[in-house]
Design a protein around this ligand. Sequence first.
Ligand code: FUL
Length: 476
Amino acid sequence: MPIRSVVYPSVVLSFALATMVTAAPPAARLPVPTPQQVAWQDMEITVFIHFGVNTFTNREWGEGTEDPKIFNPTKLDARQWVRAAKAGGAGMVILTAKHHDGFCLWPSKYTEHSVKNSPWRDGKGDVVRELADACRAEGVKLGLYLSPWDRHEKTYGDSPKYNQHYLNQLTELLRDYGPIAEVWFDGACGEGPNGKRQVYDWPAVHATVRKLQPEAVMFSDAGPDIRWIGNESGIAGDPCWSMIDPARVPYAGFSGPGVGDVLQHGDPSGSLWRPGECDVSIRPGWFWHKDQDDKVRSVDNLVDLYFQSVGRNSLLLLNLPPNTGGLVSEPDVRAMAGFRERLAAIFKTDLAAGKPVTASNTRDGNPAFGPQQAVDGKPETYWATDDDARAGWLEVDLGKPTEFTIARLEEPITLGQRVAAYRLEYLDGGQWKTIVEGTTIGHKKLDRFATVTARRVRLVVDKSLACPLVKTFGLY
Ligand code: FUL
């Protein structure tokens, strides 16, 4: 009977599956990221915009004594900045609303050192507003940098007073411009031995952000959500764990033994999830300088940065500084577009996608956790091993000898970061040969190597903090 022949097998099948395997996913290995941290890392590339009085004085650190009248970017077009960022694949733009000179790019009620006393738009302009509007129009997120160190503000160094001033300005920025996805707290302070000593009220600052922009992540050397990677060259450590021990970097600007190391590498036994962000400029300076127009990074160099930041479980925050006209210069715009095109070309065809895969072990023998899940291109599925596994392997059969030169590995980080040591191997004659050895994977690990021609390729996990899980095994 037709009806019976349709119903019967599916009932039998689901009964059989239910009795043979359990569907319980692996327990998370703590700590795990918040949804905001996951969304942040998924962007992979974001853009920094350093702009302000330094653009006009040709300096990197202004002294706070600038005449606001020098700020006059007559062609300013925030939409052009956002388009340049987007052309490079960026999901967010972070503006220096106030750098160390204290000059505010919005008409803050709490200082005269701002756009309101400049000739730009007759003193009626607001760069933060124009950028917020441009970001909304282009579907790009907005982040803001508000320098704690302020060389203009008279109360700086009178800790309670300046802390209030800082909170006032932070409140203006977080209350008046719509959703802010990242708040960037710079740890820099160049006050010399006789300089002003400001003790920041970080708990109050963090509470203000959580209250006014609960979806925002906060960056500083010490997080609380995102950590500095410990250098300004765009290069993450290897290994690079997303976990850290908060006692080792307790506040922004903290310097002490081993801090650089902690920021670069994180800590496999760290109690907090605080992934690393690689901030770096597309030019030698953070601000635009005319004589650096011919020193813009090449597409090759940007791709190298991508491999050493995003490809090491970090995020690339690339600075694109607008010029005195208020536009991102042509060489920078071209480099960004070329960068994205190159990445798209590199990752166009995943040779492992959909190919037959075998594995050392599959969780409960359940195909929902089978190795095929690592090559199915779906971000929500992954290969999982049994709870007691701390090692394992995954083997792809490419069907015929195939050339590849890049491997892409990803863990499902919502369940925590696990893999501590792995190898890539290929079958050569009857022998497995090592292509590369690696340490951590996390959100993404990219390995580049001399071209290999092989049909069978293995990812061997040698060491894992909990049962290994692999979301993506790609070859290019
Ligand atoms: C540093 C600052 O001193 C630089 O001027 C720049 O803003 C960079 C991103 O952070 O600490």
